[in-house]
Design a protein around this ligand. Sequence first.
Ligand code: CP
Ligand code: NVA
Length: 313
Amino acid sequence: MTAARDGHPKDFLSLADWSADRLAAILARAHELKRLHHRGETVQTLCGRTLAMYFEKPSLRTHVTFEAGMTQLGGHAILLRPDQVGIGTRETAADVARNLSRWVHGIVARTYDHALVEELAAAASVPVINGLTDLLHPCQAMADLQTITERAELSKSAVAYVGDGNNVASSLLNAISVLGGELRLATPATHRPPPSVRKRAAELAARSGARVLWTEDPVEAVRGAHFVYTDVWTSMGQEDESEQRRALFEPFQLNARLLAHAPDAKILHCLPAHRGEEITDDVLDGPRSIVFDQAENRLHAQKAILEALLTQA
Ligand code: CP
Ligand code: NVA
C-alpha cells in the first residue's frame, strides 16, 4: 500500500489495503452509475482527466471498460504497449511512473509481476490501479461484488469458488474478507492462493466476521450455494503448464453434474472462458449464467473506482 490520505489509499493495488467503508462506498456508487447509464444520463465527473493504461498481457474487458469508462466520465485514456514504453530496457519503472505523473491523472497497469505495479505506485504521485497481476485482480472482484449485490445481500450469500486459487480467487477472497459474507473455496491443496494472501485475508475476516471455508471437494463448496464462480485453469503466462493443469483440475469442472448440488445458484466467470475445460457450454450459456452481467459491471465498477481515485489526484 502507498501513502494514504484520510485513510484512503492513493492506489488501488489490493482490496486488502481498503477499508470496508471505502469499498462499500465505491460499490454503492457503481450501482448508481449503472442506473444512470441505463437511463442514458451523462455523468461528467472526470472532465479533462487523462488515464494511462499500460498492458503487458492481453485484455478485452479491462482495456475496453477503462477506456470507455474514462470517455463516459468526460475524460480520456491512452493505451501504452510495453514495447513502446520499454520498462527495464529504455528506462526504469520508477522513471516511467515519474514521467507519467507529470502528464496524466492516473495509471492502470496490467503486469505479470505484482512487484512491478507496487514499484510504479511507489514512484508515481498519481494513483495506480491494478488491472491484473499474477497475484491479484481487484477490479474484477469489485465487478463480482456488484453482480452479487444487485441480486442478494452479501452477508446472506454463500459464494463458492471452484478451480484454481489464482489472481481472481485471491481478490474475491480479499473482497469477501473485507466486507463480510461466506466464501467456500474448492481448489487442489497445492493451488490455493499464496500463504501471504491467505494470512492477510484471515486477519481481515476475523474483523469483518466473514466465513471462509477451504476444501478440496467441489461438491462440499457448491452445496446449497447462491453463487458459484470459476475461472480458467491456465492463467496468462502459465501456458507451458496447461496440459498438466487440465489433468489436475478436471474434478473441478463446472458442469451440470456438479451444479445439481446447487440448484438455485447463479453462475459467475470473469471471462475469457476456456469452454469445455473449467466450465461446460451448457452451464456458461445456460439460464443461470450471469457472466455477461458480470462483464458489464466491469464498466460501472471501474467508473466508480476511477471517480474515487482520480477526483483526488
Ligand atoms: N476478466 C478480465 O479481466 O478480462 P480481460 O482479460 O479481457 O481484461
Ligand atoms: N486468471 C486469469 C484471469 C483473466 C482475466 C488470468 O490471469 O489469465
